[in-house]
Design a protein around this ligand. Structure first.
Ligand SMILES: Cc1ncc(COP(=O)(O)O)c(C=O)c1O
Length: 406
C-alpha cells in the first residue's frame, strides 16, 4: 500500500498481505518455527540474505512482517522490527545507535520508570555513561548536550504521569547539532497523532502492548527508522532473540486497524473526563495536556491536533497519604486498579507503587511526582460513568480543599 494514503486509511489497510494474486483480508497465523526449503541451494541463499523469505522464526515470520510493514507505513519509516515487548524495543533502538562502553546516553527525566531503570542498571553495567536531564527547558538541554556530547538521546513525546509534551522538532535540531541520534518513544501519542520521524527523529519506538494492541491481550514492541538502521536492528533480533510471537503479531496488527476510532474516542473521553473532574472539587489538581494551566500547554497546542491531547488524565488527590490512595483505589468499582495504559477499559495506576516504584522519594519529588497522584488511562466507557466512579472513590477519602495551580 502506498504512502499517499492518509493515516486512518493506512491504519485499516496497511500490511495487508498479497499471496500470489489472492488477497486475504486477514492473514492466517503462522506458528511454524522453521520453514522447509525445496533445495539446499535455496536455503543457502535465504540464510545468506541473497533472497528474501522465511527460514526460522527468530529471523522472521509472516505475521510479524505484516505488522511491521503496517507500522512502517504509518510512521513513515524505511525499516523496522517488532520485539517481544516495549522494553525490548527501547533496548534494540539504543543498540541500533551503536553505543559502546564510554559513550553517553542522555535521557529525559520524564520517561517511563522502567526505561530509567534499564538505563541505571543494564546499560550502566554495560559501561554506558547515562545522564538524566530535564528536556522541557531547551536552554538547559542545549548546555547538557554540549557538556556531555551524547551519542544517543531518548525521550517520550507525551510523558506520564505528568503528561508533559516535549518540543520534539526543536529538540531534534539541538540533538543533531552535536551529532547525536534521537530515539523517540511514541507510545502515548501513537502514530495517529505524532510521527516523530517526520520531525527528523532518527528512531521511533512503541510499546505496542498499549494503544496499538488496545485490548490488553498482547505484549509487543516496535522500532522504526531509516534504512541505515536495518542491519543492526535485524542483528539485534537474531542474536538477542527478543522476537515478537506470531499470535501476538496477529493480535497487535488487528488492534492497529481500529486504533483510529479507539484513540480518537479515548482522547475525547479523556478531555471530557478531565473537565468533569476538574469541576468536582474532589481532586487537588487535574492534569491534562490541553488544560491551559498545564506547564507544556503551549507546546501541546502547537504540536497536537485539536481534540487529540492523549487519553490519560492524572489526578492529585492531595494529602500525600498512601493509605488514603489505597482506599481510593479499593473503592473503584468500574475503573480497574491496574498497571498498564491504552486498553479499551479505563485503568488507574498509582505511580509510586508501579511505574515509578524503583525511583527514590527524592527522585520522584525532583520529577514532580507526589505520593497522592494517580494516573487514569481513559477507556471507551461512557465518560460520565468513569467520572462518577472516580468521584465516588475520592469522596470516600479525605477530600482536600482544591488549590488553583497556574
Ligand atoms: C512509554 C512506555 N514505553 C515503554 C514501555 C514498556 O513497554 P512494555 O510493557 O510493552 O515492555 C511502557 C510500559 O508501560 C511505557 O509506558
Amino acid at each position: 500500500m502506498s504512502q499517499q494514503w492518509r493515516r486512518n486509511t493506512l491504519l485499516v489497510h496497511a500490511g495487508t498481505p498479497s499471496l500470489g494474486g489472492i488477497e486475504p483480508t486477514a492473514l492466517s497465523i503462522y506458528p511454524s518455527t522453521t520453514y522447509r526449503s525445496h533445495s539446499a541451494q535455496a536455503l543457502d541463499q535465504l540464510m545468506g540474505g541473497e533472497v528474501s523469505g522465511f527460514s526460522y522464526a527468530r529471523h522472521g515470520n509472516p505475521n510479524v512482517e505484516a505488522f511491521v510493514e503496517a507500522m512502517r507505513q504509518l510512521e513513515l519509516a524505511e525499516t523496522g522490527i517488532a520485539t517481544a515487548s516495549g522494553m525490548a524495543a527501547i533496548d534494540a533502538a539504543v543498540y541500533a545507535t551503536q553505543v559502546g562502553p564510554g559513550d553517553t546516553v542522555l535521557i529525559s527525566k520524564d520517561v517511563y520508570g522502567a526505561s530509567l531503570n534499564l538505563v541505571g542498571t543494564i546499560w550502566d553495567e554495560m559501561g554506558l555513561k547515562v545522564v538524566v536531564d530535564d528536556f522541557t527547558d531547551l536552554n538547559r538541554l542545549e548546555q547538557s548536550l554540549a557538556e556531555h556530547q551524547p551519542r544517543t538521546v531518548l525521550l517520550e513525546t507525551l510523558s506520564n504521569p505528568l503528561l508533559k509534551i516535549l518540543d520534539v522538532p526543536s529538540i531534534v535540531d539541538l540533538v543533531h547539532r552535536v551529532g547525536a541520534q534521537l530515539i523517540v518513544d511514541n507510545t502515548f501519542t501513537t502514530p495517529l497523532v505524532t510521527r516523530p520521524l517526520e520531525w527528523g527523529a532518527d528512531l521511533v519506538v512503541h510499546s505496542a502492548t498499549k494503544y496499538i494492541g488496545g485490548h490488553g491481550d498482547a505484549m509487543g514492541g516496535v522500532v522504526l527508522g531509516r534504512e541505515e538502521y536495518r542491519q543492526r536492528l535485524r542483528q539485534y533480533l537474531k542474536l538477542r532473540g527478543a522476537v515478537l510471537g506470531p499470535f501476538e503479531a496477529w493480535l497487535l496488527h488487528r488492534g492497529l486497524r481500529t486504533l483510529g476510532v479507539r484513540f480518537e474516542k479515548q482522547c475525547f473521553n479523556a478531555a471530557y473526563l478531565a473537565r468533569i473532574l476538574d469541576q468536582s472539587h474532589q481532586f487537588q489538581r487535574v492534569f491534562y495536556p490541553l488544560f491551559p494551566n498545564h506547564p507544556t500547554y503551549a507546546i501541546a497546542k502547537r504540536l497536537l491536533p485539536p481534540q487529540l491531547g492523549g487519553a490519560v488524565v492524572t489526578l492529585d488527590l492531595g494529602g500525600n497519604n498512601k493509605d488514603d490512595i489505597f482506599r481510593f483505589l479499593d473503592n473503584l468499582q468500574l475503573v480497574a486498579s491496574a498497571t498498564t495504559v491504552g486498553d479499551i477499559y479505563t485503568l488507574c495506576l498509582y505511580p509510586i507503587i508501579a511505574s515509578h516504584r524503583n525511583q527514590s522519594p527524592e527522585e520522584r519529588a525532583n520529577m514532580g511526582i507526589t505520593d497522592s497522584m494517580v494516573r487514569v488511562s481513559v477507556g471507551l466507557e461512557d465518560p460520565e460513568d468513569i467520572a462518577a466512579d472516580l468521584i465516588q472513590a475520592a469522596s470516600a477519602i479525605h477530600s482536600p480543599a482544591k488549590s488553583s495551580v497556574e
